[in-house]
Design a binder for this molecule. Structure first.
Ligand code: FES
Length: 131
């Protein structure tokens, strides 16, 4: 149970998830992305991805979410996996790969990985359909 100080619930999270909860490397928004997307999961958590794509490669990437720790860790992992990848390689990133890289997620947070990769796919589609 979360306490009154709104402390993050991290019980049951592998250390790989905990390490990425507040990772600042790719966190934030972008003013002029070449592709972006916003998605809301069935739980109410939302996610945003922003991409700079140059020569069919993800030259920069940012994500923003106010979701739970698992959501933030999944988004951060997706950003690490997608950064500097060709678009086709980025589209190969799966929810299963994200879960594997994070060394697992609690059963009730598996969908966080799906939200993260789905938002990435949508941001890539936004780019592909615009340029
Ligand atoms: Fe729903 Fe993480 S709890 S996306």
């Amino acid at each position: 149970m979360e306490n009154e100080n709104n402390k993050e619930k991290t019980i049951g999270y592998p250390k790989e998830v905990i390490n990425l909860l507040n990772d600042p490397r790719f966190f934030g928004r972008m003013n002029d992305p070449t592709g972006s997307a916003y998605l809301k999961g069935p739980c109410g958590d939302s996610m945003e991805f922003y991409l700079i794509i140059e020569d069919d490669r993800i030259a920069d990437i940012k994500y923003y979410t106010e979701g739970c720790g698992a959501t933030r860790a999944c988004a951060a992992m997706v950003a690490y996996l997608a950064y500097n990848k060709a678009i086709n390689q980025a589209l190969d990133i799966s929810a299963g790969e994200v879960i594997q890289q994070l060394k697992g997620l609690p059963e009730d947070h598996l969908h966080c990985s799906i939200l993260a990769v789905s938002t990435l796919y949508r941001a890539i589609a936004d780019y592909l359909l615009r340029f």
